[in-house]
Write a protein that binds this ligand. Structure first.
Ligand code: PRT
Ligand code: ZN
Length: 214
């Protein structure tokens, strides 16, 4: 693999895509992102852009197939892949929270003892419960988490919350925030000297863009 270019993995289509593309463009890196392309070359910087599912990005970066990635910190932390978080990007802010049925009287985290909690974030939830000395059953499901309590699948949920309207419309209330997230740039631990230098140049540009906005 060419050790003189940076491969940057971003989300193909989803909540991170637009801001990730915008950030790269604001850094002055030009490329053609024609519809349906999964890989494209930058025309004025030694970089390639890969378009992936966000969940796959930490693994690609750990393996060094991609050298950099832009992903939600929630996804990176849940994956527990061995990568460096090199910069916080300030967009796609959200939180990972526990919700229970609105009518449920909730006095504190100890109320979750012995309960079942549906989530797509078993690792982060497990760590949170453990650090609070609570034993609960974690039901790992892959989507539509918020419906679980109302259909009797679980007593509570642990999912990403932004405005809170999804919890509300499923008869739930937010009772604990366990992780605050935003988009982050992650990097492989095995960069060549040239790649480290390119990363430093890119971070310098990103910081300049962020300063100009504030
Ligand atoms: O297809 P791919 O696997 O790449 O994408 P995805 O569907 O897994 O992820 P996507 O695009 O939905 O989200 C990408 C990242 O955006 C997440 O990992 C978070 O870091 C961040 N983010 C920011 C969010 C939200 N806000 C968000 N509101 N991710 C998900 N949601 C969902 C949440 O799961 C829940 O269903 O929106 C609902 C809650 O929103 P509110 O506003 O009703 O509270
Ligand atoms: Zn995903």
């Amino acid at each position: 693999m060419n050790k003189n270019i940076l491969r940057i993995a971003i989300q193909k289509s989803g909540r991170l895509s637009e801001d990730s593309l915008k950030l790269i463009k604001e850094c002055g890196i030009r490329f053609d992102n024609g519809a349906g392309k999964l890989k494209t070359d930058a025309t004025n910087f030694p970089a390639e852009i890969l378009f992936l599912r966000d969940d796959d990005i930490p693994g690609y970066v750990e393996d060094g197939v991609a050298h950099l990635g832009i992903v939600g910190e929630n996804v990176s932390e849940e994956s527990s892949k061995n990568v460096d978080t090199v910069h916080r990007l300030g967009f796609s802010k959200c939180r990972l929270s526990i919700g229970v049925l609105r009518e449920h009287e909730y006095a504190g985290v100890q109320d979750l003892e012995g309960k079942s909690i549906a989530t797509t974030y078993p690792r982060l939830l497990g760590k949170y419960l453990e650090s609070n000395g609570v034993t609960a059953q974690i039901h790992e499901i892959s989507g539509s988490v918020e419906i679980a309590p109302s259909i009797g699948l679980a007593d509570a949920v642990c999912d990403i919350v932004s405005s809170g309207s999804t919890l509300l419309s499923n008869g739930l209330k937010e009772v604990e925030t366990i992780f605050k997230s935003e988009a982050v740039m992650i990097a492989s631990k095995n960069l060549s000297d040239v790649q480290q230098d390119l990363l430093d140049q890119l971070l310098f540009r990103i910081k300049s863009v962020q300063v100009a906005k504030n």
